[in-house]
Design a protein around this ligand. Structure first.
Ligand code: SF4
Length: 339
């Protein structure tokens, strides 16, 4: 059996520790970092960096080769139609693990690896890390015996890597449950000091983002383009009576970002004669144009009585006077997520 493994490295604490434990046993490790638009992981020391950057940094620190693997469009389909359900948000954790492990397994021959390493801890994640879920994932991937979980290995039967002596089981651990104390102590023992996202970061578990993504799936029957997903991360979102999506910036930075990331097919709405938020709107609005104009005015304390909002869409240019008798309480019920 080759003394070489592929590890799933998110850049978070658990996967970092798992790789370190295996590297310290003299096993050559190639790390895979799966990227998707749903990662929120940021370093305490480098707030602007994401999981990908953290994984690159960790791999460098551990001296292992790393490959970045985009989950891609196929993964969006998994998120839209998971076979094994979702967690509290839109997170299809079991399907997600199956997806990543199958991808990793498909690279084993090419990379000369004989087993896989993950940072999973028995009982830590309610959906994908309890015993039945782990058994299901192994069955679905056909990888029983090939996935080594160094942090929890002693809670499972020995894997092929342990049975063959490539990995010394005595040097593996028996961590279980949701507490983080043992991992944090271990990080100190192993001299790993700057770890981001001790519990990992995934937007799909965020209730607000999940509501927006669910709404997008309901209203966009075909493929959802990456810009649409980026837009879900910013601003206040409303689904208007016409079915159009209306997104308002909450500050200057968001006003700019909203117009920068809005996909083709979105029109811009902006205050004409007052300072206020920028907005974008998808599809035909019909009578909702007045509603959108009034909402922009509502969020503009300095708007005059004669406030006018401009809609721009290609060559189209339309001015709308805001309805001052706007019923904001009714409008707010159209919020998608936190609004
Ligand atoms: S939390 Fe997100 S990234 Fe992690 S397994 Fe679940 S869906 Fe996948």
């Amino acid at each position: 059996m080759e003394k070489k493994a592929i590890a799933l490295l998110s850049g978070g604490l658990d996967s970092t520790l798992a790789v370190k434990l295996i590297v310290d046993q003299g096993v050559e490790v190639v790390a895979l970092n799966f990227t998707s638009p749903f990662c929120t992981c940021t370093s305490r020391a480098r707030r602007e960096a994401g999981c990908k950057h953290e994984a690159l940094r960790v791999a460098k620190e551990l001296g292992v080769e790393i490959k970045l693997v985009a989950k891609g469009k196929e993964y969006l389909e998994v998120v839209r139609n998971p076979r094994f359900g979702r967690g509290t948000g839109m997170n299809p954790c079991i399907d997600c693990r199956i997806f990543m492990l199958k991808r990793a397994a498909a690279m084993m021959d090419e990379l000369g690896a004989s087993f896989l390493v993950t940072g999973e801890v028995l009982g830590q994640r309610p959906m994908s890390q309890h015993r039945q879920a782990i058994a299901l994932i192994e069955k679905e991937t056909g990888l029983a015996g090939k996935i080594l979980r160094p942090l929890s290995a002693l809670h499972f039967d020995p894997t092929e890597a342990e049975n063959s002596g490539v990995v010394d089981r005595q040097r593996l651990l028996d961590i279980a449950g949701r507490g983080r104390r043992r991992q944090i102590d271990l990080a100190q023992d192993l001299d790993i000091s700057d770890y981001p996202c001790p519990a990992g970061g995934c937007l799909l578990t965020d209730r607000n983002f999940a509501a927006r993504l669910r709404d997008a799936f309901e209203h966009i029957p075909g493929e959802i383009e990456p810009r649409e997903i980026e837009l879900l991360k910013i601003g206040r979102h409303f689904r208007l009576a016409s079915g159009a999506k209306f997104v308002l910036g909450r500050d200057e930075a968001e006003n700019e970002r909203i117009t920068a990331v809005a996909p083709a097919g979105y029109a811009r709405l902006e205050p004409k004669n007052f300072p206020g938020p920028g907005a974008v709107v998808s599809g035909a609005m019909g009578g909702d144009l007045e509603t959108a104009a009034a909402a922009i005015v509502h969020f503009s304390p300095k708007a005059p009585g004669s406030a006018v909002v401009v809609l721009r869409e290609g060559d189209r240019f339309e001015e709308t006077a805001a309805d001052r008798a706007f019923d904001f309480a009714a409008f707010k019920k159209r919020a998608v997520g936190a609004g």
